[in-house]
Design a protein around this ligand. Structure first.
Ligand code: SIN
Length: 276
């Protein structure tokens, strides 16, 4: 079915499409919302250019897709707990999202999607890579699929968040219990019904039903499998670009090839449901 309110231009056959013909400073009409939602489900990550939105417009766009997620540890600008600051410069020791991951998969109900708006970008460098986890699952043998289909994996966050983004061992709610959860290794997307691989190098630490040597070997195989270039696209940012990705079926990885240049922007994250 053709799109009527937006133009959708795939940037690879497998994942990623650029959306034009929409100004996100304006409230989204129902038709435009439905078409953007459809493009996200079809392409897993969608990109917008030249969007001069402020934090309120950014949050309003996110809220069309669901309640906003609050990050367990990352500090937020005063009065805007839903805004996650993404920043790297000449003083940075690490950056957010440098390993392949699905956002905050340590949560019991990990985010459905994330909407990143960059204001300042390095030139050249600072691209973000995205990987299609339906394609990763579909490419496996039937024997591997039936092994994975019954397995569950633990996703932890202490090793990811402690010391990063200014975190010193405390959650936003004042506790010191870093979130961790057990999720199926293969999840079924609640909207498309398709199966997607759901382990990632950042948060996943072990497969519950296996001995630790078996778990390590299998996870290592799956992490290398996710790196297959044919599952990927690579987005080159310009100031005021937006990337909106579906964490239920895509992973992403931020490239830090631009030190000591500055890269700066804000992320709004849409809450999700428990993976099944
Ligand atoms: C993230 O994981 O949200 C950061 C992605 C990026 O900075 O490109």
């Amino acid at each position: 079915m053709p799109y009527e309110t937006i133009t959708v231009t795939p940037i690879s056959p497998v994942i990623g499409a650029e959306i034009s013909g929409i100004d996100l400073r304006q409230p989204l009409g129902n038709q435009a919302f439905a078409e953007i939602h459809r493009a996200l489900l079809e392409h897993l990550v969608i990109f917008f250019r030249d969007q001069d939105i402020d934090w309120e417009q950014h949050k309003a766009f996110g809220r069309r897709f669901g309640a906003l997620h609050i990050h367990p540890t990352a500090p937020a600008p005063e009065g805007h707990p839903e805004i996650l600051v993404i920043h790297a410069d000449e003083n940075s020791k690490t950056i957010a999202g440098e390993n392949w991951h699905s956002d905050v998969s340590c949560d019991a109900e990990p985010p459905m999607g994330s909407i990143l708006h960059l204001h300042q970008v390095p030139s050249p460098g600072g691209d973000t890579m995205f990987a299609n986890m339906y394609a990763a699952y579909d490419a496996l043998s039937d024997a591997m699929k039936s092994l994975l289909d019954g397995l569950h994996a633990r996703h932890e966050s202490r090793h990811v968040h402690l010391g990063r983004l200014g975190n010193k061992g405390r959650m936003r709610d004042g506790t010191d219990a870093y979130p961790e959860s057990v999720h199926p290794v293969v999840r079924t997307h609640p909207e498309t019904g398709r199966k997607a691989l759901y382990v990632n190098e950042n948060f996943t630490t072990r497969i519950e039903e296996m001995k630790s040597a078996e778990s390590r070997a299998l996870l290592e195989f799956l992490y290398r499998h996710v790196e297959t270039p044919e599952f990927h696209c690579r987005f080159h940012w310009r100031p005021k670009s937006i990337a909106f990705w579906d964490n239920r079926c895509a992973q992403h990885r931020a490239l830090w090839d631009y030190f000591p240049q500055t890269r700066h922007g804000y992320r709004v994250t849409v809450a999700g449901t428990r993976p099944h």
